[in-house]
Write a protein that binds this ligand. Structure first.
Ligand SMILES: [Zn+2]
Length: 181
């Protein structure tokens, strides 16, 4: 039995593991096929349907205090705190504030920082601004639909995008493709 046959027999088919994108064409493919990572028949909102709520309404909608602090007050969770760091199943990462799909599982990579990290995003879902919470300016990004803060964008990610979307796990909810929680 050669290695390939062996792997097939074990059910560990090597080409089921998604390949790292090599060029910007691969990135575009990831960006255009994102809906294939949703469970069949699931309706999701679009960035063109803004969600605007009062502070009290947000507190009710986000009973998790950390999610509220991150999304509405630009707090940062402790590194390594989020169970989504280890999430590797196929699916979609959506905004915990408004359910807008933001990333697919294929856009995630292990950055070693302790925060869920992505090298690209579903197109048109974020807006950015510079912030000066630390001494040097950083690029803050937030959900286009609800304005919720998600994290910061750095330029030390893997090629070809070299982007690292460093996201608070508390600002995300994971929707597995197979629909199981
Ligand atoms: Zn949102």
């Amino acid at each position: 039995m050669d290695r390939r046959t062996f792997l097939l027999a074990m059910g560990a088919v090597p080409f089921c593991v998604h390949a790292q994108p090599k060029n910007m064409k691969d990135i575009q493919t990831l960006q255009t096929n994102w809906k294939t990572f949703l469970p069949a028949g699931l309706a999701v909102p679009s960035p063109a349907e803004p969600l605007k709520l009062s502070k009290d309404e947000w507190k009710k909608r986000l009973p998790n205090d950390l999610a509220y602090k991150v999304l509405r007050e630009e707090a940062t969770e402790r590194a390594g705190a989020s169970p989504l760091n280890a999430e590797k199943r196929p699916g979609v990462f959506a905004c915990a504030g408004c359910d807008l799909p933001l990333f697919t599982s294929e856009m995630k990579y292990e950055s070693g920082t302790g925060w869920p990290s992505f090298f690209t995003t579903i197109p048109g879902v974020f807006e950015t601004k510079k912030d000066y919470f630390l001494i040097y300016p950083r690029t803050e990004y937030h959900c286009k639909r609800c304005g919720g803060h998600h994290g910061h964008l750095f330029d030390d990610g893997p090629p070809p995008t070299n982007q690292r979307w460093c996201n608070n796990g508390a600002a995300l909810k994971f929707i597995p493709k197979d629909g199981k929680a």
